[in-house]
Design a protein around this ligand. Structure first.
Ligand code: NAP
Length: 278
């Protein structure tokens, strides 16, 4: 059973239990790693992990967790104040742009320090054939209209996430192999789509086999970064398959850490400047 998040204030308005009160906005491996470090290595830190509720059966760590949206910027601002939060780590996915915007606005309104924990993006090697596009819609339009593919039906390996398949209906001349953790809505898929449900990490041998068995000729992916889903890019490189790479949305002007260890160091700095007794 996860430990209860301690009540924030007593009747005098003081925190009942000393210690840094942290909100971690999650949904990523980095968030889970940070939470494990907080739970196992820092007993005086009271952390709550927040998930959007997008994944039907999330892997939950053994800690206080809340699930579901806050109700926009105002909802999050109220939540931070009500729970007397000292620091927020926005460890949402690099493509979860709305939540990051809301976190920046709410933390500014509630005067709570905010750190963005975001893994670095992938970079092409000289042996990769990547076509960079700015959005999902542009990826779909490229498949639909680029002279390279317009009149040449492709076998596309689509790994964009189940809520982002609809634009590819525009490129209906191709066949798709679509992979996501949960089953997508059939109405959101282009025709000629085969779905496989799987949760990473994936390994290179399996990715090579999958792409060979399905005769994949194009890979479409967001530039999520990280090691868990990188083998599909290694496999594409080895098989000479072009990649349509969707660039990350522009981020907020927020202090930044690339891994959980750096985020932990930032939280310790917050603790020493915010609390004398942590
Ligand atoms: P989004 O578009 O940035 O956010 C949409 C809304 O979902 C937010 O306004 C917020 O609702 C709620 N939300 C998002 N993350 C939340 C969190 N950690 N805790 C509480 N509420 C949250 O997000 P998204 O792209 O749909 O992603 C949803 C979740 O899936 C995120 O936690 C993200 O880390 C994870 N994820 C996303 C991707 C991706 O490619 N986008 C991939 C893997 C994992 P309110 O406005 O009501 O607060």
């Amino acid at each position: 059973m996860p430990a209860a998040f301690p009540p924030p204030l007593n009747e005098k308005g003081n925190t009942v239990q000393p210690g840094l009160r942290v909100l971690v906005l999650g949904g990523t491996t980095e968030a889970s790693t940070l939470c494990r470090k907080l739970v196992t290595g820092w007993p005086a830190c009271h952390a709550v992990l927040s998930l959007a509720g997008a994944t039907r059966q999330p892997h939950l760590p053994d800690m206080t967790t809340r699930i579901g949206g806050f109700g926009g910027v105002q909802g999050l601002t109220d939540w931070l104040r009500h729970n007397a939060i000292h620091a927020v780590v926005d460890a949402t996915h690099p493509f979860a742009a709305q939540m990051s915007q809301h976190a920046a606005a709410a933390c500014a309104a509630a005067c709570v320090p905010l750190l963005r924990l975001e893994r670095p993006g992938w970079k092409a090697t000289p042996h990769d054939d990547w076509l960079m596009v700015p959005s999902i819609t542009d990826a779909a339009s490229t498949l639909a209209h680029a002279s390279r593919w317009k009149t040449h039906p492709q076998s596309v390996f689509l790994t964009t996430g189940r809520k982002e398949t609809r634009p590819f209906k525009e490129a209906a001349q191709h066949h798709y192999l679509f992979r996501s953790i949960d089953q997508p809505e059939a109405a959101d898929l282009p025709p000629h789509t085969q779905v496989i449900c799987a949760r990473g990490p994936f390994d290179l041998a399996a990715e090579l086999q999958l792409m060979r068995v399905h005769n994949i000729t194009v890979l479409v992916t967001k530039n999520s970064g990280g090691v868990a889903t990188y083998p599909k890019l290694e496999a594409a490189r080895m098989l000479g398959i072009p990649v349509i790479m969707i660039a990350r949305p522009t981020g907020q002007d927020t202090p930044h850490a690339e891994d959980a260890a750096a985020a932990l160091a930032w939280l310790h700095q917050c603790a020493s400047s915010t609390l004398r007794d942590v």
